[in-house]
Design a protein around this ligand. Structure first.
Ligand SMILES: [Zn+2]
Length: 202
């Protein structure tokens, strides 16, 4: 970190914080920091305020773990959605990809990650307990496993299928209309709609 000594302390501090963001290396962090330094006071303040307000006003839905400003979230509280059909996704961003299809009328459960033994992520690090509890209570007719068709997404889907199999619930997996190895949040609407439509029992 010797290079940081070239920067004034506030600059070095911002660069260090920016480097904690996914996909941001030292070079990008320096570029963003200098961009913020050159920005108007208003723009810099708006960025700081947006970060602060995100943490202050958003929380996780107590039912499905979706990021929300109201609890339960708008999906879990909706009287027009099928509360007995639960689509399991890795991240809240996946919900947007599924909602864009306009073809899904159920609710969600967000795991906030996938099983990844290499990165030390085991079942206890996933937020799966709420889902198991809903299924155990008999509140769910079908669980759609919509984790990405990556190695880790498949391992997560297999683990969930095994865990939930002891309960009387239909378990399905989205079709591989989603390109193998890709992230479902980048699937286009047609692909995503087909993946949901072509789901199969597991
Ligand atoms: Zn919810």
């Amino acid at each position: 970190m010797a290079f940081l000594s070239r920067y004034a302390e506030p600059m070095a501090r911002l660069i260090e914080e920016l480097k904690k963001l996914p996909g941001v290396g030292t070079k990008s962090a320096q570029r963003y920091a200098f961009h913020i330094l050159r920005a108007s006071d208003e723009d810099a303040a708006a960025l700081a305020e947006a970060v602060r307000s995100l943490k202050a006003s958003l929380r996780l839905c107590s039912v499905c773990n979706n990021v929300t400003d109201i609890d339960p979230c708008l999906y879990c509280a909706s009287p027009t959605r099928n509360q007995r059909l639960v689509c399991v996704v890795e991240e809240p961003t996946s919900i947007a990809a599924i909602e864009r299809t306009g073809a899904y009328q159920g609710v969600y459960h967000v795991l906030h990650g996938t099983l990844s033994p290499l990165h030390g992520v085991g079942p206890e690090q996933l937020r799966a307990n709420g889902l198991t509890a809903r299924v155990e209570r008999g509140d769910v007719d079908e669980v759609i496993l919509a984790t990405s068709p990556t190695l880790e997404g498949e391992a997560t889907a297999n683990w969930l299928a095994t865990t939930l199999r002891s309960f009387s619930v239909k378990i399905t997996r989205i079709a591989t209309g989603v390109p193998a190895g890709s992230d479902i949040e980048y699937a286009d609407e047609v692909t995503m709609a087909r993946a949901l439509e072509g789901r199969r029992d597991v």
